[in-house]
Ligand binder design. Structure first.
Ligand code: ADP
Length: 614
């Protein structure tokens, strides 16, 4: 059983008080008894002397031996005067006279030789004893003295017995009062000990319950106490500790929330490892990059989790030599290119950040870099080809061909063509650069799709006719006006039609269609856009090349494109103009053959779809 402090304090105090009171009571009673006995002894001694003196009248010199009746009378008389029992005993122990016994009964009294006080008196001259009387049963104090008689050679013993009944009554009375006082004192001590135990243990119990609340996570507690002692000090200290704890927890929570917000909002993937290379933390960006979840990642060795040799080697290196490292990896599954910055964080124990790895997805950067490099290479190449040709023919002319009228005409014709081509490329490049840099602002005027298509067709019709192509249209008459820059949008359709003519063998069919864009939801019959498509029955574009044909200088068949006078920039210009209008352009396969380019344009706000296909 566990005793609470309250019970321990109470019991301890009470036991101590009870022991103290008991010892004090016992000693007081003993002292009182000793004092009373001493007083009674003195009284008895005085009375014995008086009685002894009283007997001198019978046994003094010149007195005859007294008769038994005389002895008995004198003894009774002396007993009455002394208010005590007087006994006269012969040397053999025979009672000669006794004030408390009738004359007739005297002979029946037993021999008193063996009485301790009588025995002592015969041997030392005096003796005393305290005992209960055989006759009355009360306690009696006896004193016996040896008395010499003039008549007889053998001495007598005079014994005086003083009953202690009064003394005993007084003692028992005193004892009763003492017990009552001690009982009252004990009750006072009990009350005080209960109060003391309560006053000591109440703040302690408050502290215990406060500590329990602290343990349960409630740090906003406050122990109320007015005590100025150690317990009060303890309560104040605990209050301060709880306040500090709360402040620290608040600070930590804020820091943690901010850290989490930073980690969560970061585009870069972040992974924190301990000194063993086990994952402590990953952020959502990293989860997305590697397709893992934070729960499965935490606590696992990095090497098990990623199984990417280059990454694992980098981790091993930085764990071995804590310094800043950088590397680039390509993820086999997604093909994404990641730049890794690994920095030591200083942790040397389990669950302490030892290495922080930051993953930047530089796939787009690398792609753009490649496009830029390709572009520079392509531009140089594209410009050099006609220039080389021009230079070659000019040199040939200078070398003497100028004197040959037929050759010189042919050469000059080629030089003109190449210059035109050079001019075309430069114009296209400038155009593209202007659109890209935002140097051209597109107008937002309502344009009828039909007029747009007709204007573009009128531009390409002579070449189409020359190639004996069939130009057909399918324009939905319900179509609303689109919002845009008519001149630029005609340029888009012209480029697409020009390509369709170029990449379709003679006698092909080229269809221009305009329809409402399919709705994205069931509640709305049409999206707020229209699709204008240019479909041909030409050579088509392989599926893998389709996403790339909108890149600058990308050609499926370079030689063929050049031969047909293409610059490789037409579709790039188309894409930029369409996207500048907030639209989209893509290419798909045309059934049964050829390509189909689709341009999706937003309709002019305030107009709606109505009409039918013609
Ligand atoms: P180019 O001046 O070479 O035509 P574009 O940018 O207009 O350059 O087109 C890029 C490439 O896309 C072309 O070289 C060609 O290979 C391909 N292409 C474009 N339109 C068509 C089409 N209608 N049919 C087949 N291939 C096409």
């Amino acid at each position: 059983m566990t005793w609470s402090i309250r019970w321990k304090v109470m019991t301890g105090t009470l036991v101590a008080v009870a022991c103290g009171l008991f010892i004090a009571g016992a000693m007081t009673i003993q002292a009182l008894e000793r004092q009373h006995l001493a007083q009674l002894g003195e009284t008895l001694e005085a009375k014995t002397k008086l009685v002894e003196y009283g007997f001198q009248s019978l046994f003094g010199a010149g007195h005859p031996s007294p008769l038994p009746t005389q002895l008995q009378d004198t003894t009774r008389d002396l007993g009455n005067r002394a208010a005590a029992r007087v006994t006269l005993i012969a040397v053999d122990g025979t009672v000669l006279a006794d004030s408390a016994v009738r004359d007739a009964d005297l002979s029946t009294l037993e021999n008193h030789k063996s009485r301790p006080e009588v025995d002592q008196a015969f041997s030392t001259g005096q003796g005393h004893d305290v005992r209960s009387s055989h006759t009355t049963g009360e306690r009696v104090m006896y004193r016996a003295v040896l008395m010499k008689t003039a008549q007889d050679t053998s001495p007598l013993v005079v014994r005086v017995g003083l009953p202690m009944v009064v003394l005993d009554r007084e003692l028992s009375e005193t004892r009763k009062h003492l017990f009552l006082s001690l009982g009252a004192a004990f009750l006072v001590a009990l009350t005080l000990s209960v109060w003391l135990a309560h006053s000591i243990t109440k703040p302690l119990s408050d502290i215990v319950s406060a500590a329990r609340q602290l343990d349960a996570g409630n740090h906003a507690l406050h122990i109320r106490t007015t005590a100025q002692d150690e317990v009060g000090l303890l309560a104040c200290t605990l209050n301060r500790v709880a306040d500090q704890l709360q402040t620290k927890i608040d600070e930590l929570s804020e820091d943690r929330a901010q850290l989490l917000a930073v980690l969560t909002s970061m585009v870069e993937g972040v992974m924190v490892l301990d000194y063993r290379g086990h994952v402590l933390q990953v952020n959502p960006a990293l989860e997305r990059m590697f397709g893992i979840s934070r729960v499965e990642a935490r606590g696992r060795p990095c090497t098990d989790l990623f199984r990417h040799q280059q990454l694992n080697e980098l981790v091993a290196i930085i764990l071995r030599s804590p310094a800043h490292h950088q590397d680039e990896i390509v993820l086999p599954l997604t093909g994404r290119c990641l730049q890794i910055e690994a920095s030591p964080a200083g942790g040397r124990r389990e669950n302490e950040a030892c290495v922080v790895l930051v993953f930047h997805d530089i796939t787009d950067l690398r792609r753009l870099e490649k496009i830029r490099k390709d572009f520079v290479a392509n531009v140089s190449h594209e410009l050099r080809t006609p220039l080389t040709s021009i230079k070659g023919y000019v040199e040939a002319l200078l070398d003497g061909a100028k004197d040959d009228p037929v050759a010189s005409t042919k050469f000059l014709d080629i030089i003109l063509k190449q210059s035109d081509r050079l001019n075309l490329i430069i114009e296209d490049l400038l155009e593209l650069s202007k659109i890209e840099s935002g140097g051209i602002s597109f107008k937002k005027e309502p344009i009828e799709p039909r007029s747009l298509v007709e204007r573009a067709l009128s531009v390409v019709k002579p070449i189409a006719d020359k190639n004996r192509h069939h130009l057909t249209t399918a324009i939905d008459s319900r179509l609303p006006a689109v919002a845009g820059d008519e001149g630029r949008l005609v340029q888009v359709l012209t480029n697409l039609l020009d390509n369709a003519i170029k990449y379709t063998p003679k006698g092909g069919t080229i269809t221009v269609a305009a329809t409402p864009a399919p709705a994205l939801t069931n509640t709305q019959p049409f999206a707020n856009a229209i699709d204008i498509s240019v479909a041909d029955t030409g050579i088509g574009i392989p599926e893998q090349d389709r996403p790339r044909v909108f890149e600058r200088f990308y050609r499926v068949d370079k030689a063929r494109s050049r031969e047909l006078g293409g610059t490789g920039l037409g579709l790039a210009i188309v894409k930029h103009i369409v996207e500048g209008h907030g639209g989209q352009v893509w290419v798909e396969a045309n059934r049964p053959r050829g390509s189909r380019f689709v341009v999706r344009l937003l309709i002019n706000p305030g107009t709606s779809v109505s009409g039918s296909v013609e």
